[in-house]
Design a protein around this ligand. Structure first.
Ligand code: MRU
Length: 338
């Protein structure tokens, strides 16, 4: 299996997702500031993966911290990297709780315990994704094409993936399916990462551009759409990679089920609707340039929201490790969390 991130003696090692698929190389972050930079610049990306990275960043920062007062600063630096995916804050909060329970313990114990917790979050994530995969496999229609957006695979998690985990599990159960991955402008997670991952697993995959989705959803070939999520509000509104909302509307228009696969840690029951989800705005250069090559005139005004919110009425079901939630989400999601 592809290894996204690992705790090592030398620091936090992660596959550099900005270089894939041209180059499979690992970077090792030796300070928490480097981990924060890796999250910000998307060397590591995907909601569960940045949660794991943040947890390891907290543990790494405390290995050299000279006083307990540095803990909050480390957590705050990592929390300021990306605003939308709630898994980042969930993982940091979990590290905060562990740290609070260690008050008064020898510094070596504290350091070891923080490493152990971060590694545990990493391992748990793989098991959770395998479970999401098992819970979602039955939803995937046999003999049809599955359309996915962005990368919600092993690379976006500690391993196996959420949406791609469901696809992997459906394939393992014997279903004859193939995958359409849209390229996911502007960062091209679909073209660069999802196609690379599916090729790795010998799952038949076809790359399409984002604007081809409507054409194929209308054709009758697509059996379902499945995507991941960065944050899910209590009412089932889903924040995910920009472009998800358009796909969901096109899916409903064409009578194609639209599924979201995500761990319970992606649910944010503290917010009532998607209107309260902060949307990250990223640099203009991601839109004006493709892999460093300019594609727009210099000085072009750019908007670059990295995520959008899909209203719950477009979401056929949300697949989690604890089961499958359907509308009304205000009832089904809190029931899963209980
Ligand atoms: O900007 P990214 O690449 O971090 O965005 C990733 C996504 O939107 C994924 O679909 C989401 O995090 C789910 S990953 C299992």
């Amino acid at each position: 299996m592809i290894e996204t991130i690992r705790w090592t003696e030398a620091g936090v090692a992660m596959i550099d997702q900005t270089r894939l698929p041209r180059e499979e190389s690992y970077v090792t972050c030796t300070t928490y500031q480097q981990v924060a930079d890796a999250i910000r610049t998307m060397v590591i990306r995907g909601a569960p993966a940045i949660g794991v990275a943040a947890a390891m960043g907290v543990a790494l920062g405390m290995q050299t911290a000279e006083s307990a007062s540095e803990f909050d600063n480390i957590c705050d630096t990592l929390a300021a990297t990306r605003p939308t995916a709630v898994n980042l804050f969930w993982a940091i909060d979990r590290m905060r709780r562990v740290y609070a329970g260690l008050r008064g313990r020898p510094v070596e114990d504290v350091r070891a315990r923080l490493i152990a917790e971060a590694r545990q979050i990493c391992q748990e994530d793989i098991a959770i994704n395998e479970c999401i995969g098992r819970n979602g496999a039955a939803l995937i229609p046999d003999g049809k094409t599955v359309l996915t957006h962005c990368n919600a695979g092993a690379l976006a998690t500690a391993g196996y993936g959420t949406a791609l985990g469901v696809i992997r599990s459906a394939v393992a159960s014997g279903k004859k399916i193939d995958v359409f991955a849209d390229e996911t402008r502007p960062f091209l997670q679909g073209a660069r990462l999802t196609i690379w991952e599916l090729q790795h697993d010998n799952i038949p995959a076809t790359l399409i551009t984002d604007n081809m989705a409507g054409h194929f959803l209308h054709s009758g070939r697509i059996g379902c759409v499945i995507v991941g999520a960065d944050r899910i509000a209590r009412n089932g509104d889903v924040a995910n990679k920009i472009g998800t909302y358009g796909l969901a509307v096109l899916a409903k228009e064409n009578g194609v089920p639209f599924y979201v696969a995500a761990p319970i840690s992606t649910l944010d029951l503290s917010i009532r609707s998607g209107d309260d989800i902060p949307i990250e705005q990223r640099a203009a250069a991601e839109v004006t340039h493709v892999q460093g090559v300019p594609v727009a005139p210099e000085g072009a005004q750019v908007a670059n929201p990295a995520f959008d919110v899909t209203p719950n009425r477009y979401v056929t079901a949300i697949v989690t490790e604890r089961g499958v939630a359907r509308a009304p989400y205000l009832e089904s999601l809190p029931n899963l969390v209980k």
